[in-house]
Design a protein around this ligand. Structure first.
Ligand SMILES: *Cc1c(COP(=O)(O)O)cnc(C)c1O
Length: 520
């Protein structure tokens, strides 16, 4: 068979019927892989070390008696196992990762190279500070960049994720309120907030008071003012918000909250839309976490814990947690112990050590390689790319809020009405197109939400390919081709899993039987 230009075309498998079940369980180059424990064979090992002779145990009888149950495989089997698993993973190094609110941008290789320098990678957190002056200097430089970019005077470096940063910020707010001898326990949280916001507030002993957005998808100063009172500890506001929209009344909201004696916690997960353009300190923010794995390009997971430093205003600065880096006559030092710093009333500490060094190195490498002007362009290009996606898809899909967006484009499921296709089906069909789906059903304030965040690291060419898939799917749904959605994904290693069961009754023990037997 050939097309109009005479190029050979693929045979149409669907026309020929279902592809044959293979004897191996593999499908072409899509290889099945059992759990490493199912593959294990007794007595097999990848190392050959002589039994140590004449070494008396020094554990005073506490040494282990039995085997610890490590799987037995040869080295090539172990290598194949993990390479096979890695081929089933979708990654930012593989394709567009349009997961809204997550800022899945490229992780520059320069960052990785810097993080692997032995002077950073081989440090131990208990080394004497005289031997880690360079590392402390790096933490100090990173904090300096974050202070300049946020316009806030103090940064707590130790929190290890955005949600952990929220905890840090809200604990500081709680400490500040306690120090005033007040009992303010109500925290205002918009309905569009990320689930971690109300969860954090509740975790810190606050009562969550939800504020509805207005018809434009934003929070109005009037609706905030209505709820303020002497029992309000503050507000947790995301800007731009999770609908991808700038909160236009943010300064007035901050002023009202401050007048009422409360604090302004800003969820800084969407800082990618503002970095280099807007300083949150100028908007009246008292505390804001910064997800280094979002705005500053460090990897999301995979390499251990992340980092979510928190910026504080003068009002909250005294309550920032230990430790922090100071610079004195003898070089850099760490404030670690209670009473080490005059005037400070830290609420305690959040982590055993000083934060996530590998992520600090990567984030600073990113900042220094972009420079101030480059970081500003990051925000501009991120916003431009999201608006390009929205403009190209607006006529085929439907948008809940009119006007341009910030760094992410929000769609709802109105365009799917009457097609028999739901947002979930649409997301599954996108897997068949070779993409990780966008964020779905979030924010909760929009029916059947689809939140697309392309980030600035996608080229126009890759965006055009992604848009073509989205557009093709939208038109297919409207044309009545529900079958391609209801059965999707057709081309994934597994089809539709029972996600409710998986969440409610997770099977955390590797099954004895090989997944080949249990497949689908
Ligand atoms: C990602 C995100 C968080 C939580 O950050 P983690 O680093 O995943 O803990 C909080 N709020 C918003 C809006 C986010 O997008």
């Amino acid at each position: 068979m050939s097309d109009a230009q005479g190029r050979p075309t693929q045979p149409d498998i669907s026309a020929a019927g279902a592809p044959p079940a293979t004897f191996s369980g593999d499908r072409g180059l899509a290889l099945e892989e059992a759990s490493i424990f199912a593959l294990s064979r007794a007595g097999v090992t990848g190392v050959d070390l002589p039994e140590p002779k004449g070494v008396a145990p020094r554990l005073a009888g506490l040494e282990r008696k039995g085997a610890i149950g490590l799987p037995g495989l040869s080295e090539p089997e172990v290598v194949r196992h993990f390479v096979r698993l890695s081929r089933r993973n979708y990654a930012i190094d593989l394709g567009v990762f349009p997961l809204g609110s997550c800022t899945m941008k490229h992780n520059p290789r320069l960052n990785e190279k810097m993080a692997r320098l032995p002077g950073f990678a081989d440090l131990h957190p208990l080394q004497p500070v005289s031997t880690v002056q360079g590392a402390l200097g790096l933490i100090d430089s990173l904090a300096h960049w974050l202070k300049v970019l946020t316009g806030l005077p103090v940064i707590a470096m130790s929190p290890k994720a955005g949600a952990h940063g929220e905890l840090c910020g809200m604990m500081a707010i709680r400490a500040a309120i306690d120090a005033r001898g007040e009992r303010r326990r109500r925290v205002l949280v918009p309905a569009s907030a990320h689930g971690t916001n109300p969860a954090t507030a509740a975790q810190c002993g606050f009562e969550v008071d939800e504020i509805a957005g207005d018809a434009t998808g934003r929070v109005s100063a009037a609706s905030v003012a209505e709820r303020l009172g002497p029992d309000v500890a503050g507000i947790m506001l995301t800007n731009p918000n999770t609908c991808g929209l700038f909160e236009r009344e943010v300064r007035e909201i901050a002023a009202r909250v401050h007048e009422a004696g409360g604090y302004f916690y800003c969820d800084g997960a969407n800082f990618n839309a503002l970095v280099g353009r807007v300083r949150p300190g100028d908007l009246g923010v008292d505390a804001m976490h910064i997800n280094l794995h979002k705005t500053f390009s460090t990897p999301h997971g995979g390499g251990g814990p992340g980092a979510g430093p928190v910026a504080f205003s003068e009002a909250l600065a005294p309550f920032a947690p230990r430790p922090w880096v100071v610079h004195g006559a003898a070089g850099f030092a760490l404030v670690e112990a209670e009473g080490d710093a005059k005037g400070a009333k830290p609420f305690g500490r959040l982590t055993a050590f000083h934060g996530q060094m590998g992520m600090f190195v990567r984030a600073l490498a990113y900042m220094m390689s972009h420079g101030g002007d480059g970081l500003r362009q990051v925000a501009e290009d991120a916003v431009l790319n999201a608006n390009y996606v929205m403009a190209c898809l607006k006529d085929a899909m439907s948008v809940p809020f009119a006007g341009p967006c910030m760094h992410e484009a929000l769609f709802d499921d109105a365009f799917l009405e009457g097609t028999g296709v739901a947002t979930l089906d649409f997301a599954k069909a996108l897997i068949d197109e070779g993409y990780h789906p966008m964020t779905v059903y979030f924010p909760l304030v929009v029916h059947g939400a689809m939140l697309v965040e392309p980030t600035e690291t996608e080229s126009k060419e890759s965006l055009d390919r992604f848009i073509a898939s989205m557009r093709g799917l939208a038109l297919a749904a409207k044309a009545g081709d529900a079958a391609r959605f209801k059965g999707a994904p057709f081309y994934a290693p597994r089809r539709r899993l029972d996600e409710t069961q998986a969440a409610r009754k997770p099977v955390l023990v590797a099954a004895e039987a090989s997944p080949r037997a249990a497949a689908e």
